[in-house]
Design a binder for this molecule. Structure first.
Ligand code: DGY
Length: 328
């Protein structure tokens, strides 16, 4: 029987490639060359499966040019690189990699919150620059985590993980805002109370954003929302670029309208808004919230499981558009 053809769009663990090769004819971008859309289309033509990482946009144009494509398996929980409606219309299955990164990403959200509130990178840069000459009472005085109010916007699995860390580990009062309210048992487990977005912005000492990116969540935080926040507040974005208006945030940080921000994701990344690079009160990391070796392995394994599950056994693990399965 002819093996299905699969494109692996970015460099990935050699073990993952070897596993895929047991089932498929694999073309992989192990050199990690940046591909334009035209190059992606060229590579995808004639392939039945794609192993994507979140950077490859799969839209109507790509789908129309690659009619043999049957599945795109994202090695990411977020899938805003997929036009899922267009994929469903073309009968192409979309899968993502949920759950396996929840705790790792929640750990990172908390780490970024701590680094931001306690001014860790800013003070390290000061020390490395040889500027530390004497102790002073207000040197890099930040804000407390323990006992403060943590506001979480987006209360999916990662948001819940951050709530548990805050409430159980640091005695924080946790408030959240979400499209829909959690059921009461889950709210009690997370020790979190539902509030309006406005109340959250006005009362939280620290705000963490964990909402998926959609047109509706574009600029969830812009100038108007920043103006509602406490001047002592910190803002952490581990969700997606575009959830925050980065230019408005840079202005708010520059003018000390809020105290500090921690950002792992950016509008137009890997480019970063130049104004953000000019303000000291922001901690910047290059989209690494899920980056531990075991978690990245688990994400790659799950994307491979989806490709094998669907193309070989007709049983994907985490389908995003199961309507495609029903219509087969
Ligand atoms: C995800 O899984 O969505 C993370 O942002 C890594 O891309």
């Amino acid at each position: 029987m002819n093996k299905a053809k699969v494109l692996v769009a970015r460099s990935i663990f050699p073990e993952t490639i070897a596993r895929l090769e047991e089932h498929f004819e694999v073309e992989s971008n192990q050199g990690d060359q940046g591909w334009s859309k035209a190059q992606l289309i060229d590579k995808l033509k004639g392939k039945q499966g794609a192993f994507t990482t979140g950077s490859e946009r799969i839209d109507a144009e790509v789908l129309a040019a690659c009619p043999e494509l049957k599945i795109c398996a994202n090695m990411a929980v977020g899938y805003n690189n997929f036009d899922v409606d267009a994929m469903t219309a073309r009968g192409v299955l979309a899968t993502n990699a949920p759950d396996v990164l929840t705790e790792t990403t929640a750990d990172f959200g908390f780490a970024l919150l701590m680094a931001t509130a306690r001014r860790i990178t800013e003070s390290e840069h000061f020390l490395r620059a040889g500027k530390w000459e004497k102790w002073s009472y207000d040197m890099f005085a930040g804000s407390d985590i323990h006992g403060s109010t943590l506001g979480i916007i987006g209360m999916g699995r990662i948001g819940q993980g951050i709530a548990r860390r805050g409430a159980l580990g640091f005695g924080m009062k946790v408030i959240y805002h979400n499209r829909s309210r959690l059921d009461p048992q889950l709210e009690a487990e997370c020790k979190a109370s539902y509030v309006s977005k406005q109340d959250l912005l006005k009362t939280a000492d620290h705000i963490v954003l964990v909402v998926p990116y959609t047109p509706a969540s574009h600029h969830t935080i812009g100038a108007a929302e920043l103006a509602l926040m406490k001047p002592t507040a910190t803002l952490v974005n581990i969700a997606r670029g575009g959830i925050v208006d980065d230019a408005a945030l840079a202005a708010a940080l520059r003018d000390k309208r809020i105290a500090a921000a921690g950002l792992d994701v950016f509008e137009g990344e890997p480019k970063v808004h130049p104004d953000l690079l000019q303000v000291p009160n922001v901690v910047l990391t290059p989209h690494i919230a899920s980056a531990t070796v075991p978690t990245r392995r688990a994400m790659a394994d799950l994307a491979a499981d989806n490709l094998i599950g669907f193309l070989v056994h007709d049983k994907p693990v985490t389908p995003l558009n199961p309507a495609v399965l029903a219509s087969k």
